[in-house]
Design a binder for this molecule. Structure first.
Ligand SMILES: Nc1ncnc2c1ncn2[C@@H]1O[C@H](COP(=O)(O)OP(=O)(O)OP(=O)(O)O)[C@@H](O)[C@H]1O
Length: 332
């Protein structure tokens, strides 16, 4: 699915113990704000590594350091075995970056824009295949300035891929996408992984994280509060109990359950370590108060449950879950 390069292969990656990225003891402050606090982790070659965290948790600061745009106050990073501040074009050629806000040459067509960008790289992917890959086939000859917001984001993705990078940084890549475009983008990301690319995916979209990541770090107040595969991180999260809320709010639940519960769409969801105990308390309360708990089910927690257990939010909507890094409860 991913097109092959047309030109000569690039030099082999430097050995770095199988890791594409290593972050060792990185701290970074902006005046009194400690954006990153002694961060340690690695990203393996060929994996999709998710970076989650509420607004202000330090994700952008960290990614900027990895891209060579920021300098840590303490600690060091290696990207493909290289120091991103010193490696220059040797590394730049191998990184694909999809920023949240891209700037475009609005007077070029989609195709011309990609051809122009591809010219900056030692080798580039065939642009027509790339255009098809991101679903812009019908807009091939349209001026970039005429694209919709979602179409410009697809162009962002194509621009990040045109140099056939080894590592791709995706910053909320599907924000503003309709469902079809989002599904297509997810398939593209999966195809990139299948082609051996390493992907660092920053997202507030828990469905996106659940669907795509191999491993994930949840940053909270500048430090990773959890790092691992979703399965590892969810292993000790207990069980998720849900039912259709009707007129019930989380605060109506009995004392032991209310702090665990949140609204999720038209349901109330709670994650409990001891499902039998929680169900006993819930059903006893429901019977005593004439509630029928419609559509009651018990399932395994997901990444959103993990995320919320870390950031402390009580109410959320799926698809968007950015919350303040204060541990305060939100009331969206
Ligand atoms: N250039 C800067 N000058 C001053 N403070 C900064 C600067 N860049 C980031 N910060 C602060 O550092 C902290 C981390 O910011 P960062 O942008 O890395 O968070 P984030 O996790 O990417 O947030 P978001 O999800 O909102 O993009 C925040 O408190 C932010 O205000």
């Amino acid at each position: 699915m991913i097109p092959q390069t047309e030109q000569e292969p690039r030099p082999a990656a430097e050995p770095d113990g199988g890791d594409a990225i290593t972050v060792a003891g990185v701290s970074k402050s902006f005046g009194p704000v400690r954006a990153l606090r002694d961060v340690d982790f690695s990203v393996r070659r060929g994996e999709i590594f998710g970076l989650l965290g509420p607004n202000g948790a330090g994700k952008t600061t960290l990614v900027e350091i990895l891209e060579g745009h920021g300098v840590p106050d303490q600690g060091s990073v290696r990207v493909l075995g290289l120091d991103p501040r010193k490696a220059g074009a040797r590394l730049r050629d191998r990184l694909g970056i999809v920023p949240q806000q891209a700037s475009f040459e609005l007077y070029l067509t989609v195709r011309e824009h990609l051809l122009a960008f591809g010219g900056y790289y030692r080798s580039s992917l065939p642009v027509d295949e790339l255009i098809d890959l991101v679903g812009l086939g019908e807009k091939r000859r349209s001026l970039v300035g005429r694209l919709s917001g979602g179409q410009q984001r697809r162009l962002d993705l194509a621009l990040a891929l045109v140099g056939d990078p080894d590592i791709i940084f995706l910053d909320e890549p599907t924000t503003g996408f309709d469902v079809e475009a989002r599904d297509r983008a997810w398939r593209v990301v999966e195809a990139l992984r299948a082609a051996g690319k390493t992907i660092v995916l920053t997202t507030h979209n828990m469905d996106e994280a659940q669907k795509l990541v191999d491993r994930v770090a949840v940053l909270y107040d500048g430090s990773p509060a959890a790092i691992g595969t979703p399965a590892e991180l969810l292993a000790d999260q207990g069980s998720r109990i849900g039912f259709r809320a009707g007129a019930i709010t989380p605060a109506d639940l009995p004392g032991g359950l209310a702090p665990l519960a949140r609204s999720e769409g038209d349901r109330i969801v709670l994650v409990a370590q001891d499902a039998a105990e929680a169900l006993h308390e819930l059903t006893g309360w429901a019977r005593a108060n004439d509630h029928t708990l419609p559509d009651l089910d018990v399932s395994r927690p997901d990444i959103e449950d993990l995320y919320l257990s870390i950031v402390g939010a009580q109410t959320t909507r799926r698809e968007t879950a950015p919350t303040a890094p204060t541990g305060a409860h939100t009331t969206e």
